[in-house]
Ligand binder design. Structure first.
Ligand SMILES: Cc1cc2nc3c(=O)[nH]c(=O)nc-3n(C[C@H](O)[C@H](O)[C@H](O)COP(=O)(O)OP(=O)(O)OC[C@H]3O[C@@H](n4cnc5c(N)ncnc54)[C@H](O)[C@@H]3O)c2cc1C
Length: 373
């Protein structure tokens, strides 16, 4: 971690934050979600992060991309569930920072401590990459919105106290609005979906759910703008999480390569294994540098960084998948057993290439920016 941390992307405070978080995260006994109760594991990790003050950076202002990128890289290195707890709190909190009313922002004081758990619900069975297809309906009746429809593949279903929710108020282009949804409301039902990595995820069904008009975030029709601004900001942090998983894989692969003996030498002394280790390191360095660049440019006042964030997310998540696959290969059969660190990382990295803009969506974003220039 140290070598790249010394580069001029970071301030001394940010370096100190990353070092301290790394020490604390290494020493902490993170809950193991593999036993089945990923919801409890997530809530426990959230409380730990709240107590340690880390969530102030996720849902507080000023919002530093560099601090948050370092937080996710460090957390993902040590614990996927800790990284997820951080990520979902930020994903639910950032829209409120961007466009929430004072009353809506008030919930952030409980989100910072980990007392409230947040989420972000936009995906529907018929609308994932193409968000213009959103169909969940919010109809203004008197001074309330009545919601009918469904969301799926939503993280923190069954755990979150509040979701930032996106729903359609009309059929035109500006027809999407954002709402703050209290999960205790009548008419909501939740159903778990199980992803390949430990992760509370599920479907939300809305049956005449009545939301007060004060739940609207920003103005009517601002939903797509708020969603894209949030996802645009979070994308660089997804890259950072991928780098954390990948850096762990490189360290574990190195440890294994140094000790495993075969053909009269260690695995690390076999030329083909050396080639693989070298490529792992090169890809990891490239990914981290791209991510730090995006974070630096965001913090330098460039709020919109579609090109830099797209390149960072696409390359970091794809490189991380490659690195983890090669690390598991070097670990041999033991690496493919349930419970090995390589197997865990192999499952944990996979959704990052899909959510918050799949790799193909990032390619489109990047090419569109290139063609504009
Ligand atoms: C673990 C996990 C957690 C998630 N958490 C949340 C959450 O908290 N909140 C939420 O709202 N959603 C969440 N999602 C949903 C996620 O954001 C969507 O799965 C994602 O946006 C892709 O949408 P989709 O699944 O409908 O795939 P589709 O949109 O059907 O896309 C399928 C595939 O098509 C390819 N593709 C897409 N566009 C193009 C294109 N233009 N050209 C070529 N190929 C293309 C991509 O490879 C993509 O993976 C989560 C998903 C997972 C797996």
């Amino acid at each position: 971690m140290e070598a790249l941390l010394k580069l001029p992307f970071f301030t001394d405070d940010q370096r100190a934050f990353a070092r301290e978080l790394n020490v604390n995260a290494r020493q902490h006994d993170w809950p193991d979600p593999e036993g089945g109760d990923d919801a409890q594991a997530l809530l426990s990790a959230l409380k730990t992060l709240g107590k340690a003050g880390v969530l102030e950076h996720a849902v507080g202002e000023p919002w530093s991309m560099r601090t948050n990128v370092l937080a996710r890289e460090v957390l993902a290195y040590h614990s996927g569930i800790a990284d997820l707890a951080w990520a979902m709190q930020a994903l639910g909190g950032v829209p409120l920072l961007i466009a929430g009313s004072d009353d809506q922002k008030a919930i952030l004081s409980n989100a910072v401590t980990g007392e409230y758990c947040l989420g972000f619900a936009i995906t529907e069975p018929d609308a994932g990459s193409d968000l213009s297809r959103l169909a969940l309906r919010a109809e203004l009746v008197g001074d309330s919105y009545i919601l009918n429809g469904e969301k799926h593949l939503v993280s923190n279903v069954g755990v979150a106290d509040y979701f930032v929710l996106f729903a359609r108020i009309s059929d035109d282009r500006r027809g999407i609005s954002a709402f703050l949804l209290d999960t205790k409301l009548h008419g909501l039902s939740f159903e778990q979906q199980r992803p390949i990595s430990p992760h509370p995820l599920g479907r939300i069904t809305f049956n005449d759910v009545k939301l007060p008009a004060s739940a609207l975030i920003g103005a009517e029709g601002d939903g797509m703008k708020i969603a894209l601004a949030t996802l645009g900001r979070m994308r660089t942090t997804v890259a950072a999480a991928a780098n954390g998983f990948a850096r762990r894989a490189v360290d574990e692969a190195l440890r294994h390569a140094k000790s495993r003996r075969m053909f009269g030498k260690t695995l690390g002394e076999q030329p083909i294994a050396q080639g693989i280790l070298a490529e792992m390191q090169a890809r990891l360095d490239a990914s981290r540098l791209l991510t730090y660049r995006a974070a630096y440019e965001f913090d330098s006042g460039q709020e919109r960084i579609p090109m830099q964030a797209g390149v960072a997310k696409w390359q970091s998540t794809e490189n991380a998948q490659w690195i983890i696959d090669k690390a598991l290969q070097l670990a041999g059969g033991m690496g493919a057993l349930h419970g090995s660190i390589f197997e865990r990382l192999y499952r944990e990295i996979r959704p990052l290439r899909i959510y918050e803009g799949a790799s193909e969506v990032q390619q489109i974003v990047i090419a569109t920016e290139m063609l504009k220039e």
